[in-house]
Design a protein around this ligand. Structure first.
Ligand code: FE
Length: 139
């Protein structure tokens, strides 16, 4: 099956029904991206990826993070010090009795993970992202 961006090209926002997303995504991708799920730590392959390239939204292909900004946080999820400008939206998230900042794909609205203020200098940001929400393109 073609990716979404192959079908409609990179560009404006994507809106699809949850039924359409369900057909497009794997069960785990749907659970994370559309139902704000969190994968088990240390369960995703891209956690260990050290190749140079760009991490894209697994749902829509939007370029989100560069490998240069990936670091080993020890948490079990891929961690980045910054996102590609304009690629993500940050929203307050008060679920599960915590005050967190949710990270979403700005193009398709897919849930990616959360961002915390305990990352390395100089940005001090730690974008904590589910592997299930990412695809990788080697550059
Ligand atoms: Fe997306």
């Amino acid at each position: 099956m073609k990716t979404i961006s192959e079908v409609i090209g990179l560009g404006p926002k994507i809106e699809m029904t949850e039924e359409e997303w369900k057909k497009r995504l794997t069960t785990e991708q749907f659970r994370v991206l559309r139902m704000k799920g969190t994968e088990m730590p240390f369960s995703g392959e891209l956690l260990y990826n050290k190749e140079k390239g760009v991490y894209q939204c697994a749902a829509c292909g939007n370029p989100l993070f560069r490998s240069d900004h990936k670091f080993d946080s020890g948490t079990g999820w891929p961690s980045f010090t910054e996102a590609i400008e304009g690629s993500v939206e940050l929203l307050p998230d008060y679920s599960h009795g915590m005050k967190r900042v949710e990270v979403r794909c700005s193009r398709c609205g897919g849930h990616l993970g959360h961002v915390f203020d305990d990352g390395p200098s100089p940005s001090r940001k730690r974008f904590c992202i589910n592997c299930a929400a990412l695809s990788f393109e080697k550059k």
